[in-house]
Ligand binder design. Structure first.
Ligand code: ADP
Ligand code: MG
Length: 274
């Protein structure tokens, strides 16, 4: 299938259940975790998103590329409830209408977002940062000063290993390299057990080696959760190997493998050929 055919592919309407299940647990039983259909966002008449339709499968790793101003950040703002669409529908799984949920409700339902700049607590150790992130999880009643259970310690240890910071556990976060701080922040998000993780330019400012290790890390996270990665670094996207969506002027221009979208003449014209 060509990238173009992929874009024009059939809609995947969310089955109408006839009744709304009031639950803050995401239902991805139909294999799709995120449904965005015909989303339009206007700023003073300018359409930052223009009838955008996008589906993310449960466990999928999706890369979003596109020139500056294409609407990538606005897309993440819509998913996390920071920006309300003027029209269109946005569902997290089968039942959760993102356009009717507040930002904290969306976060609690399992959508985590990492911004470009790492925001770790520099004076605290790496371990403590993960501990604080776990205790900030509003779904679970915990007090900041309660001691950790063995189970909590195991979860922190698992996350440290996942983000490759086991040997740094007791160093203050302020002493980590830029790349390590980014991994720590991903670890802090993982402590909240998101079902969908949004990463905005995760390798900006990283060394080549850190970029390589970040690609391994992100690839290892897909499967048990879904990831949407916005990035400009094509070598990095090639390493991730997921399906690529190209945004242009607020709409999906092409979708498919990186090779397929890179070969699409329209993509070359608006983006890659410049
Ligand atoms: P990208 O992240 O792909 O570079 P953005 O989503 O940040 O693109 O922006 C898409 C377009 O919408 C840009 O032209 C930008 O100037 C505009 N835009 C984004 N946010 C606002 C806002 N709050 N007010 C006005 N225009 C905005
Ligand atoms: Mg942006």
């Amino acid at each position: 299938m060509s990238a173009l055919q992929a874009v024009q592919g059939t809609k995947r309407p969310r089955p109408d259940l006839g009744h709304r299940v009031d639950s803050d647990v995401v239902d991805s039983s139909h294999g799709v975790i995120l449904y965005l259909e015909e989303i339009t966002v206007s700023f003073d008449g300018f359409r930052a998103l223009n009838a955008l339709t996008l589906y993310i499968d449960a466990g999928e790793l999706r890369c979003i590329i596109g020139p500056n101003g294409a609407g990538k950040t606005t897309l993440m703002d819509v998913i996390t409830g920071k920006t309300r669409p003027d029209s269109g529908t946005a569902f997290f799984g089968q039942t959760l209408d993102l356009t009717r949920m507040s930002e904290p409700e969306i976060a609690r339902a399992g959508i985590g977002r990492k911004f470009q700049k790492p925001t770790v607590f520099e004076q605290h150790t790496v371990f403590e940062n993960l501990e604080l992130a776990m205790k900030a999880d509003k779904r679970v009643r915990r007090t900041l000063f309660a001691s950790l259970s063995g189970e909590d310690r195991d979860r922190i240890a698992e996350t440290l290993a996942m983000v490759r910071l086991t040997s740094e556990a007791h160093r203050p976060a302020g002493l980590l390299s830029h790349g390590q701080k980014q991994w720590l922040e991903i670890g802090m998000l993982l402590m909240q057990e998101p079902k969908l993780l949004l990463l905005d330019e995760p390798v900006a400012g990283m060394t080549d080696e850190e970029t390589e290790r970040t690609a391994e890390l992100i690839s290892s996270l897909a499967g048990s959760r879904s990831l949407v990665v916005v990035e400009h670094d094509m070598a990095f996207i090639a390493k991730l190997g997921g399906k690529v969506t190209v945004l242009h002027e607020g709409s999906v221009l092409a979708e498919g493998t990186l090779d397929a979208v890179q070969a699409d003449p329209r993509v070359i014209e608006v983006y890659l050929g410049r």
